[in-house]
Design a protein around this ligand. Structure first.
Ligand SMILES: CCCCCCC[C@@H](O)CC(=O)SCCNC(=O)CCNC(=O)[C@H](O)C(C)(C)COP(=O)(O)OP(=O)(O)OC[C@H]1O[C@@H](n2cnc3c(N)ncnc32)[C@H](O)[C@@H]1OP(=O)(O)O
Length: 897
């Protein structure tokens, strides 16, 4: 099926370049009418030109499509959607893509840096989407894409503003997904890694070249197609051919008894349980708190654990006048902290309550939007600020359809901007002190989305991204930043939950984990995390990523290819998922695809996976017991004559085996893999011995005994028309345990290539391409004629490959006659080198031409120090059968054989 968009109207914001442009061109080419929105501004949001959108419109039209330009800011979303309505009478698909960057470290970030990013990424998205929403609802069809980013999902240094806004897309998208489902409006969130004007500043050029929008557009094309309604509220990561899905993962957590024994120390005692994901769930809503409460109430009193105190610490609690803020303020003060109780309406009662039990507290009545004022109270009163609990909040719940700008702004200003402002004001003091604990309040309505709370969900998930980014920046100053997602009966929830439920969810049962996160006892690596808590239960929430699918790099990615693999992309197969914690974890997966894909055809992945598995498989052990009979046979099969008594008579006092005997255990050892499972079109008849390395690690070589060998696959390299398998075998003497031989060989597998990326020999292989021979005449040329029965005899050493004896097989393999074993030629050459130069410790060679039994071998050799270079020519034809051979002499053994 070809995915088409005929009759549909697509609005793409920020479509003047990069990813947006690619979207516009794609949809234009597949039948849609496109509104190409672009402000025409430079990346920093300055300047204005109509060119960018016009150029793209012209391009769409030139390619036979239909498009109009719009030059409005997304903050004026209505005008953008009006352009669609006035030109095409409808709007079906909205791709929120526009964005700006204002990267700067948090310490240097200005309010303008914060606000401008949020105006475009958060408020702009809200404005365009809300303008399109009524049309979608009315026509009972709509597709929305929100653009997030790895920076939003995992946080990124220097991007507190951007990480926040991009994380906000998750909560907003999940909420719109829930609200839109009954109108057939699907909202999904894409986290693209693509080279664009925006990423050009943060990614290295080599990488950028591979991260084209072409890897993203087909994924979005699938998500917005009318026939593909399977994803809604999903987060999809895509880049460089890798596509995967992200979902929330929540640990089962620790359940403690919800009474006065629920203390920060008691939570610390259960910290492992809080962070244990072995029985995790994958929620899209709040935990079953009623059940958890019941469980909690049935438990015995809690283990008090370590004592946690805050003496000498100064804490600021925003929204500290009631509910959770009240519980935090009281808890901190009871444990020795000096507390600034911030509350817009009444901080005084809580301050009095604290003072009444001898604690230290001062009130602050500023709005959190004036974070400087809030923090100033701490500095003026106590000279420092160690702990900031951003807790203040308001609700303005409304369906997205009926949400007003005032509702959007009020909620975002208090929750998100307020959190930013207080953190920003406290940060310089915390840096100077080299100490800080910041706990920001998110919500399950944010992380999982909630009907009627688009404003709140966006703000609350934006707080998560902000916290993750700030955690990264703050770490080196010992500033630990975490998020709490509390479930408690407060004035905020009183409006939406029955009173009895509100009562059972005491803020006191959330406060202990928040106090723990505010303390010195929190492990340093517990920064940038989300914890859910309520009713005595505390758990951690993180993102989990499916293994996804890696598309090959040799074929342009199409939506049809993506659709075909969708079930694999979104499959969370146990054992194959990952839990990226930082942006590098996410990018590593995408970079891995760049590294491994090369020009891999679609079917190649199965072979590469099989090879990777075989390479990582443990070596296989096997043994070979031999007597003088095997030794005599080996020596004879390499042409030993009756006159060479030490080689042919076992009773001779100098009876010995030719040292290349080491290839026998090295090549007859059992292999832990089958070549037919690792390469396509494997055929035994087409397998040729390509290269061989033999190392002799111990002299004298026994003439009877048992060898134990361990064989493993080193690699398989795709050579295009063929592939080569590299196999390593280590052999030990079973009697002594000493290493005796190491063999590394390549098998040249004709007709099996083309499944992966054409590779050169990997550096780790010790048989790497043999050296060239010196330009001078050979120092020695030795001739040895093979016998016509040479292969017939040699095969009795163990390699009974019919290629060497059966004319039918050798003919099918493309040879006129059965051919000689490569290792027979190798053995003869080795024998001659040893006879003429002395014992060797290693020898390697490449087989470059076949030998027919009966032909004469001319071994040409050169000696340079301890190295003997050699090549073997077939005297009858003048052709080489071994090229670039090299042996290294064993100096410690002076005697010649
Ligand atoms: C585990 C226990 C296993 C026991 C093994 C037992 C196996 C035995 O029974 C089988 C045998 O003994 S067969 C007999 C011995 N071998 C031979 O006779 C092979 C002789 N060589 C040839 O015919 C060609 O060189 C030939 C066909 C090998 C290559 O020639 P071409 O197709 O012309 O290759 P070319 O185009 O030059 O190169 C393609 C890429 O392959 C690399 N290459 C070439 N010859 C190689 C060789 N001999 N070994 C390893 N790699 C080799 C090239 O470098 C090239 O790679 P790249 O493109 O990266 O440069």
């Amino acid at each position: 099926m070809s995915l088409r968009y005929d009759g549909l109207v697509v609005v793409v914001t920020g479509a003047g370049s990069g990813l947006g442009r690619a979207y516009a061109e794609f949809f234009g080419s597949r039948g849609a009418k496109v509104v190409v929105n672009d402000l025409g501004s430079s990346l920093q949001g300055k300047g204005n030109s109509v060119k960018a959108a016009d150029v793209v419109v012209r391009e769409v039209i030139t390619n036979g499509g239909t498009a109009v330009a719009n030059y409005d800011s997304v903050e004026n979303g209505k005008s953008i959607i009006d352009t669609a309505i006035s030109n095409f009478g409808r709007v079906d698909i909205l791709i929120n893509n526009a964005g700006i960057l204002r990267d700067i470290s948090f310490k240097n970030m200005t309010d303008e840096d914060w606000d401008s990013v949020h105006a475009v990424h958060m408020r702009g998205v809200y404005k365009t989407t809300q303008a399109a929403w009524p049309y979608f609802r009315q026509q009972k069809f709509g597709r929305i894409i929100l653009t997030s980013s790895a920076a939003g999902l995992y946080g990124n240094f220097g991007q507190c503003n951007y990480s926040a806004a991009k994380s906000g897309m998750v909560g907003l998208g999940e909420t719109l997904a829930k609200e839109g489902v009954k109108y057939n409006i699907r909202t999904n969130i894409i986290a693209p890694v693509a080279a664009s004007r925006m990423t050009a500043t943060v990614l290295p050029p080599d990488l950028l070249r591979q991260l084209t929008p072409d890897w993203i557009v087909p994924v979005v094309a699938v998500l917005v197609h009318p026939d593909t309604s399977f994803e809604n509220g999903s987060v999809i990561e895509a880049g460089a051919g890798h596509v995967s899905k992200i979902r929330w993962e929540r640990s089962a957590g620790a359940i403690l008894r919800s009474d006065e024994t629920l203390t920060p120390g008691a939570v610390l005692a259960k910290w492992e349980d809080v962070n244990d994901f072995s029985n995790a769930e994958y929620p899209n809503t709040t935990a079953d708190l009623v059940g958890l409460l019941k469980h909690s109430q049935g438990l015995p009193p809690n283990d008090p654990g370590e004592s946690i105190r805050f003496d000498g610490r100064v804490a600021v609690v925003t929204g500290g006048g009631a509910g959770l803020g009240h519980a935090y303020s009281l808890g901190l003060a009871r444990l020795g902290a000096s507390v600034v109780v911030n509350d817009l309406s009444n901080p005084h009662t809580v301050v009095e309550e604290i003072r009444a039990f001898g604690g230290t507290a001062v009130p602050n009545q500023s709005s959190v939007e004036n974070g400087e004022e809030v923090i100033k109270t701490a500095i003026d009163s106590f000279g420092r600020v160690d702990i900031l609990i951003n807790n203040a909040g308001i609700l303005r719940d409304k369906s997205f359809q009926n949400m007003t700008d005032e509702m959007w702004d009020a909620v975002n200003n208090v929750h998100l901007r307020g959190t930013y402002k207080c953190a920003k004001a406290a940060y310089p003091y915390m840096r100077k002190q080299n100490y800080g604990r910041i706990i920001n309040t998110t919500s399950t309505s944010g992380t999982y989305g909630n009907y009627g709370q688009a404003n709140y969900a966006a703000a609350k998930t934006a707080i998560v991204g902000f916290s993750k980014a700030l955690a990264i920046e703050g770490r080196k100053s010992n500033i630990i930043v975490n998020c709490i997602s509390p479930s408690a009966g407060t004035n905020l929830t009183r409006g939406v939950l029955p009173e009895v439920v509100v009562q059972s969810r005491k803020p006191d049962y959330v406060a202990p984990i928040v106090l723990l996160l505010s303390s010195d006892k929190i492990p340093v690596d517990a920064s940038g995390q989300i914890f859910e808590a309520g009713c005595g239960w505390q758990a951690r929430t993180r993102l989990q990523r499916s293994d996804g699918y890696d598309f090959p790099h040799n074929t342009p990615l199409t939506p049809e290819m993506v659709l075909d693999k969708w079930s694999e992309i979104v499959s969370f197969t146990p054992g194959k998922t990952s839990s990226p914690e930082v942006i590098a974890d996410s990018r590593a997966r995408i970079l891995a695809n760049i590294k491994t894909s090369g020009d891999i055809p679609p079917s190649g992945r199965q072979w590469l996976d099989a090879i990777a598995k075989a390479r990582n498989a443990p070596a296989q052990r096997s043994s070979m017991t031999f007597t003088d009979k095997e030794v005599l046979l080996y020596n004879l099969s390499l042409g030993s004559t009756p006159s060479q008594l030490p080689l042919v008579f076992e009773k001779h006092p100098n009876f010995h085996v030719l040292p290349s005997f080491g290839v026998i255990p090295g090549t007859t050892a059992s292999r832990p893999f089958k070549l037919e499972d690792l390469v396509p079109n494997f055929d035994y008849k087409n397998m040729l011995h390509g290269e061989h390395l033999l190392e002799i690690r111990k002299y004298p070589i026994p003439t009877s005994g048992t060898f134990v060998s361990e064989c493993r696959l080193i690699d398989i390299l795709d050579k295009g028309k063929a592939s080569i398998a590299i196999i390593g075998t280590l052999t030990k003497d079973a009697a002594t345990g000493d290493e005796v031989f190491y063999n590394e060989l390549t098998l040249f597998l004709r007709g099996t290539g083309g499944f992966g990326r054409k590779t050169a020999r990997s550096e780790h292989s010790s048989t790497k391409s043999s050296s060239t021979s010196p330009s001078r005449k050979p120092d020695m040329i030795i001739e040895e004629k093979t016998s016509t029965g040479q292969a017939v005899l040699y095969r009795l050493n163990g390699d009974r490959n019919p290629l060497h004896i059966d004319p039918a097989v050798s003919s099918a393999g493309g040879f006129n006659n059965p051919i000689l074993h490569g290792l027979c030629t190798f053995g003869i050459a080795t024998k001659q080198i040893i006879l003429n130069y002395g014992p060797i410790k290693s020898i390697r060679a490449r087989f470059v031409g076949v030998v027919t039994p009966g032909e004469t071998l001319q071994i040409e050799s050169w000696k340079d120090g301890n190295d003997i270079t050699f090549q073997v020519r077939i005297a009858e034809s003048g052709k080489f059968c071994i090229a670039g051979g090299c042996a290294t002499l064993e100096q410690s053994l002076k005697t010649r054989l």
